[in-house]
Design a protein around this ligand. Structure first.
Ligand code: TIU
Length: 223
């Protein structure tokens, strides 16, 4: 056990201790953040996600300095697409589909340049990387087992996008009994209105599936 920490959050204080908490960094991949990747093929302005990077770099440094477990996730698929449901492949009218060649390599395919995490947030030795075929981190991955193995009860969640992979993961975590805090300036959306409402949805109704605080509050708690 480490010393308990309580940080101000919505809808109320979030108590946790470092030893049983993981910093989860969701899908900070080139495919979502850089031009030419999956996010852009869907018609999005990827520049909107760049504002997440500086505060998340600082939060990641603080978590590493505190000795907190860090888990990164990457959304993507096997080169033969055997783990990609046909419905996901067909979805929408993207300019290029999952598996197609793109400026960053094959779109959302494991091993492609675009599938990997941006340089600023590259995992370091000892950090865990979970490859997931879905939007949530639990589905068809070892994420749940990893949390149990490390005695994790609390999650500090960051990454992209707020209303898709962050929400799905936090909702999945909530149903499994985890207390999850979403860091408001370390999650991002292609849609400013979804960012705002997405954060409100988490903490509304007394924290219906989580807590929300900014990175300054979390870093202050860790230092
Ligand atoms: N499109 C979108 O907003 N998000 C995703 O497809 N995946 C994640 O959120 N990582």
């Amino acid at each position: 056990m480490s010393d308990p920490i309580t940080i101000p959050a919505q809808p109320g204080p979030f108590p946790f201790d470092v030893a049983s908490t993981a910093l989860v960094v969701i899908d900070m991949q080139r495919d979502f953040l850089l031009p030419g990747g999956f996010g852009e093929t869907l018609g999005n302005d990827v520049a909107l996600l760049r504002q997440v990077v500086p505060p998340l770099v600082e939060l990641l440094a603080a978590a590493r300095a505190a000795g907190m477990l860090v888990i990164h996730t990457r959304e993507g698929h096997e080169p033969d697409l055997s783990d990609c449901p046909p419905a996901k492949l067909r979805r929408g009218k993207p300019s290029a589909r999952i598996g197609d060649p793109g400026a960053l390599g094959r779109i959302l395919i494991r091993g492609a340049y675009g599938h990997d995490i941006i340089d600023e947030l590259a995992p370091i030795a000892g950090e865990i990387v979970i490859d997931k075929p879905g939007k949530g981190a639990f589905y068809a991955t070892s994420f749940g087992d990893v949390l149990v193995e490390h005695g994790i009860t609390h999650l500090i969640v960051t990454g992209v996008t707020t209303e898709v992979c962050v929400h799905t993961t936090v909702r999945e975590a909530n149903d499994r009994g985890y207390d999850a805090l979403v860091v408001s300036d370390c999650v991002g959306s292609y849609f400013p209105e979804f960012q705002q409402i997405g954060l409100q949805m988490i903490a509304a109704q007394g924290g219906i599936f989580g807590w929300v605080a900014d990175s300054a509050a979390v870093i202050a708690g860790l230092s």
